[in-house]
Design a binder for this molecule. Structure first.
Ligand SMILES: [Zn+2]
Length: 220
């Protein structure tokens, strides 16, 4: 149900409407995602095609803790990691576990109006929440300051791009789909930068770099 404080759909938003591509028909799904769990997830969100659980873990979904959104997957279907901002930083072990269970597809889902773009605005209330839990005010401030830098994102589309490339360097062979959900419509979109990525030569796609893959665990 629409509420008056709902953010605009991303297709109406000046911030997003030139940076995302909508998926209006199954033909809009990139060919290499067809017949994969990624296409099934898009079908569930955009075309109302319910996913039938296979009983095996088919994919891993990483998305924000955002309370206005829930991935449209049944139980017995996907591993789901939900962290503020939706980035996987600090949860790589969970992804490795999913890979060891046969998962070959990862979906990163960003969204509009993410609270993590306004961490500095939320800081005082977060410190107050800790003090309310009995924390010393100085320790509360230190804790929030220390983690705020890690969780804060400047922009939802750019942060999705950076996290996608970071994960491609750590996990070269898993198919990673960056998607963007509009909170008002629950529809998934493809960030425009991904179409540039698709045109890149295979060596670049695999995240060839002189920096050892493990170093990408350390990036903020
Ligand atoms: Zn968020």
């Amino acid at each position: 149900m629409a509420r008056k404080d709902d953010p605009l759909g991303v297709t109406q938003s000046v911030k997003f409407n030139t940076r995302l591509t909508s998926i209006d028909t199954p033909e809009d799904i990139p060919a290499h995602w067809v017949d994969t769990p990624i296409a099934d997830l898009i079908g569930a969100h955009n075309f109302g095609i319910e996913i039938k659980a296979s009983g095996e873990p088919r994919m891993l979904i990483s998305t924000c803790i955002e309370f206005r959104y829930r991935p449209a997957v049944p139980s017995h279907y996907a591993y789901v990691i939900r962290r503020a901002s939706g980035r996987l930083i600090g949860s790589e072990f969970s992804l490795v576990y999913a890979l060891s269970r046969g998962v070959k597809h990862v979906v990163l889902i960003a969204h509009n109006d993410c609270g993590m773009t306004q961490v500095s605005h939320h800081k005082p209330a977060m410190i107050a929440a800790l003090v309310d839990q009995g924390w010393d005010a100085e320790r509360a401030e230190e804790f929030v300051a220390m983690h705020a830098g890690r969780y804060h994102i400047e922009d939802e589309v750019d942060s999705l791009k950076r996290e996608f490339y970071r994960l491609k360097r750590l996990f070269k062979r898993v198919e990673i789909a960056p998607l963007f959900v509009s909170l008002s419509s629950n529809r998934l979109h493809i960030p425009n930068w991904y179409f540039d990525y698709m045109k890149k030569p295979v060596s670049e796609k695999a995240g060839e770099s002189s920096i050892p893959a493990e170093e990408y665990l350390m990036l903020p």
